[in-house]
Design a binder for this molecule. Structure first.
Ligand SMILES: *Cc1c(COP(=O)(O)O)cnc(C)c1O
Length: 681
């Protein structure tokens, strides 16, 4: 193979995205083009000069990366006799060059699929070919968020159209309403894992229906239910057309739960009685719910459901009433909507929330479905989310780990593997932390020059650096720290103990309240006392996510409890020795031990029904100020004779040794295999 052939074979497998050597190799081929294309290897390779490819040093690097790739692909599985699994999800966060996600759910699904590959599981993933993705964020002169939708060009991305024996594209039919659409698929390779992305946007379909799979979470329920028919029913049909007969079907969140109705249809068609067919579907399906707000579960009015399901109903030969019943808590209630989560719960053998607290909330939400059981007996368990460490660990941190401990992030791990970090000297740990912060400050200063929202950063590479990046859903309360503006100003104005705060995040295009939050932060970033120290980074994506979570000293997370199902960004921070300052919501009650970060507000009580949001905001803001004034800032600036913050460094040790393994996607996916995918698990 020529060097170019080797590079081409690596560039079409996203394995490169979690291998730091592969990433830097592609960057080296053509740094400007690589960057301009959101770190896309194919763009760099297409424009690489022959002189670069002929450079012996580059060729050595190509050989080395290629050997690592082959080695990875040929490795033995790390889990014995794992059941074959098909995983369905609406969105996947894989890399900044492929915008197929809006936030945590997608990033989690991407991390799950990558960890499944690292473990060598027999695992296939299904999603949508969101050619226009979520949206690209920009701002008008008033700091008001605007959206554009750049179109993904398949020729420039690691996607290949799935065809029948190399000939015509493989297609499967799906009825949406009374229309029969054709669905095709694009394959993305994630190490060993194949991800199939379903697509209606081609000439077999009438113009009016083609855009169905183009964008994520846009339009109303009319589009949404149709998109979900393509995902669930089209996804299963595509899997069958590819010869897939997995042992277990995992519906990650309700969007894809129609897959269970298609399984039911298959069994009925094969001649099963209804009860036996339901039993079979349950026996082969597992379901994950993430949504702690009742209104956040996809639910469809009976009329809309009836109309959208017309074609499918003719195929499954069930009455409309019976079909509706699968999505209703009370099937006889003719007013009740069809809720995808109810479908997922009714037709699966096991269900889970994504943190212990979220599991508890889900049991409360759905207790009515199990009238003869107590709250603790509601059959929804929990598996706490974790992050794919090879994807999220910054290059310099990988080098740092390699210098001091023996851990290969894609290989088998023992939680004790990180223990050696506790033995490092204060100076070693502090120098490492300062290096990451400096790297981030440089990045931010360059990055804001390219954005439409004007920023004049006046950042100090030695100042306490706080990060807040996530979707701007209002329950996450991005501006909470400015609730008492003068108290906040006093913190930012303290020249002896400087702090700086970096924001990033997108509001949903229809969420004006979320956009007002960004606008308020923009105004504050221009106001006296905050200017240059409060920065909003435009276009939150996985690159910005990697930079902020690796470089910030403090990761601020102040959702209105219990609305953060898990949250994973804080886990990325801990893996770099950053400290969380967070409401005890999502994963943090499991991670926080009093010595590895800070808590905002009270301990969870288990009862979240009645809290008045205004009261909660006031209390949490007061707690946040107190933690900053009495905990975070003094600990950071209290220096010993060597100029080192000894107490802070102790907390870093605690976070860096104790949190990465239990909150890794590898632990999470192993839990899924043992507790959900294995029969009787
Ligand atoms: C990690 C990550 C998320 C999810 O983290 P949350 O804590 O749930 O917000 C979302 N978006 C990006 C870009 C991420 O890197």
């Amino acid at each position: 193979m020529t060097p170019r052939d080797k590079l081409e074979s690596i560039a079409i497998n996203l394995w490169w995205s979690w291998d730091p050597e592969a990433r830097s190799l592609f960057r080296r081929l053509n740094p400007e083009v690589f960057r301009a294309a959101n770190n896309n290897p194919q763009a760099a390779l297409a424009t690489a000069k022959e002189a670069v490819l002929e450079d012996p040093a580059v060729q050595d690097e190509i050989d080395s990366v290629y050997a690592r790739y082959r080695d990875y692909m040929e490795r033995d599985p790390q889990v014995e006799d794992a059941p074959e699994t098909a995983y369905f999800c609406m969105e996947y966060g894989l890399h900044e060059s492929l915008s197929l996600y809006s936030g945590g759910l997608g990033v989690l699904a991407g991390d799950h699929a990558k960890a499944a590959s690292d473990l060598g599981l027999p695992f296939t993933a299904i999603g949508l070919f969101l050619r226009e993705g979520y949206f690209r964020q920009s701002f008008n002169a008033n700091g008001w968020q605007e959206s554009t939708y750049p179109v993904l060009d398949p020729a420039k991305h690691p996607v290949s159209l799935v065809s029948e024996g190399g000939g015509d594209p493989l297609t499967v039919p799906v009825h949406v309403g009374t229309h029969k659409l054709q669905v095709r698929a694009w394959k993305v390779a994630l190490g060993h894992t194949d991800l199939y992305l379903l697509d209606t946007d081609f000439d077999a379909n009438p113009e009016k229906h083609r855009p169905l799979t183009r964008r994520l979470y846009q339009g109303g329920n009319y589009e949404r239910i149709r998109q979900e028919l393509v995902l669930g029913i089209g996804g299963l049909r595509m899997l069958r057309a590819l010869g897939g007969e997995p042992d277990v079907y995992h519906a990650n969140e309700g969007h894809c739960a129609f897959l269970m109705l298609e399984l039911l249809r298959e069994r009925l068609e094969a001649g099963d009685e209804l009860e036996a067919a339901e039993e079979w579907v349950r026996d082969h399906s597992v379901f994950t719910t993430h949504t702690p707000v009742m209104a956040g579960h996809d639910h469809f009015k009976p009329d809309l459901f009836t109309e959208a399901m017309a074609g499918f109903r003719d195929q499954i030969h069930l009455s409309n009433h019976d079909l509706l019943g699968y999505g209703r808590v009370h099937p006889e209630d003719h007013e009740e909507t069809f809720t995808m989560t109810v479908l997922g719960l009714k037709l699966s053998r096991a269900a889970n929330g994504v943190s212990k607290l979220n599991g508890h909330v889900a049991r409360q939400q759905w207790q009515d479905l199990y009238p003869d059981r107590s709250l603790d007996e509601v059959p929804i368990d929990s598996i706490t989310n974790g992050v794919h460490l090879p994807t999220w660990t910054a290059g310099p941190t990988r080098d740092f780990l390699a210098d001091h401990i023996d851990v290969d992030l894609t290989q088998s791990q023992d939680p004790d593997d990180w223990d050696g970090l506790a033995d490092l000297s204060d100076e070693t740990l502090w120098n490492y932390r300062c290096m990451l912060r400096e790297r981030l400050v440089d990045y931010v200063e360059a990055k804001v020059q390219e954005q439409s929202l004007p920023m004049n950063p006046d950042l100090d590479p030695e100042a306490l650096t706080i990060g807040f990046a996530r979707r701007f859903a209002t329950y996450k309360r991005a501006p909470l720290i400015f609730r008492d503006r003068e108290r906040a100003r006093a913190l930012f104005a303290d020249a002896d103990r400087p702090i700086q705060l970096l924001y990033a995040g997108k509001a949903h295009p229809a969420d004006d309240a979320g956009k007002r939050f960004i606008q308020r932060i923009y105004e504050i970033s221009q106001a006296e006392g905050f200017e240059g120290k409060v920065i909003f980074l435009e276009g939150y994506d996985m690159e910005i996510g990697r930079m902020l979570t690796s470089g910030c000293d403090i990761w601020l997370n102040n959702p209105r409890r219990p609305l953060e199902a898990s949250g994973t960004s804080g886990q990325k921070v801990a893996a770099h020795g950053g400290l969380n300052l967070s409401v005890l919501d999502g994963w943090w009650p499991e991670g926080y031990n009093g010595r590895n970060g800070w808590a905002i507000g009270p301990e969870p009580t288990g009862d979240y029904g009645e809290a008045d949001p205004e009261v909660q905001d006031e209390q949490d803001a007061a707690s946040l100020y107190q933690q900053l004034e009495e905990g975070v800032i003094p600990t950071f600036y209290d220096r010993d004779a060597d100029g080192l913050p000894a107490d802070w460094i102790d907390m870093m040790r605690e976070a860096m040794t104790g949190l990465p393994a239990p909150f890794s996607a590898k632990r999470m996916v192993r839990d899924y295999v043992e507790e959900m995918y294995r029969h009787g698990g």
